[in-house]
Design a protein around this ligand. Structure first.
Ligand code: ZN
Length: 260
């Protein structure tokens, strides 16, 4: 099956669904990735003095992580990090990509999660709308004049969801996910600096923010996977809200669960 993952930032796929994607790749499914921003604002390190300088590093890190997961089809939209809104223009760009890739299912954010990052909310909403209408020839007919075809998407698979209905056992790919996550050195540095400084604001210190932080990231990902798996009695899991599109969502009791 062909899947498209639409992420807001270059590290979202790995952190939020990396274990599941590694599994799908191993099973022979095709994975394409659309990355909406370059994550070019995500730093406190003054070494990066322009957005472009961080974007270049983020693309390198993303390239390493995708190679680690055997993902080779990656496209960037180049939107501005922290300023993404669910506009008609964004929806049009995502629709165009859906029509290029022709996926059966699309992974992205659950827009109805409380999420402090506006890019996550906006991308989740725009993806849901794009996937709902991409099969209609009167919706952005200019794409068809350019030679693209309409695209029918069966389901969206939403991560960072407060309402999971599908759990994937990632115990066989968790180490793989962690290896991919460790490619994001710039973001691991940011997590460490943010954590240490926020704790200092509270008059507190903790050795985890002083030592080798990559180890902490690995430990945290293991703990998260274990916690996520508990409701489904799985040793390590990622959780999703799988939503059938249109009539499929209403008919799921008749046709059965869609799974991933
Ligand atoms: Zn993100």
């Amino acid at each position: 099956m062909r899947y498209l993952v639409v992420e807001a930032h270059p590290d979202d796929l790995v952190f939020f669904c990396g274990g599941t994607i590694a599994k799908l790749v191993e099973e022979g499914h095709e994975i394409s990735v659309l990355t909406v921003t370059d994550g070019q604002g995500g730093t406190m390190n003054l070494r990066y003095d322009t957005e472009e300088s961080l974007a270049a590093v983020m693309r390198q890190e993303h390239g390493k992580a995708c190679a680690c997961l055997n993902i080779h089809d990656v496209t960037y939209l180049g939107e501005k990090n922290h300023f993404v809104e669910p506009t008609h223009a964004l929806r049009e760009k995502i629709t165009r990509h859906v029509r290029k890739v022709q996926p059966a299912a699309v992974f992205s954010f659950d827009p109805w999660n409380f999420d402090e990052n506006p890019d996550h909310r906006a991308v989740g909403l725009a993806v849901l709308e794009a996937c709902s209408f991409a099969h209609m020839h009167l919706f952005h007919p200019e794409h068809l004049q350019e030679g693209l075809s309409t695209a029918i998407v069966a389901k969206v698979i939403q991560f960072k969801t407060p309402n999971p209905n599908t759990f994937v056992d990632i115990s066989s790919t968790l180490d793989h996910k962690i290896r991919a996550a460790l490619a994001y050195e710039s973001q691991i540095e940011l997590m460490k600096d943010e954590g240490r400084l926020r704790l200092e604001k509270l008059g507190m210190r903790h050795p985890i923010f002083e030592g080798e932080f990559a180890d902490i990231v690995a430990m945290t990902l293991r703990k998260m996977a274990a916690e996520t798996g508990k409701p489904a009695n799985l040793p390590a899991a990622e959780a999703f809200h799988v939503r059938g599109l249109g009539i499929l969502e209403n008919a799921r009791e008749v046709v059965g669960e869609f799974g991933i």
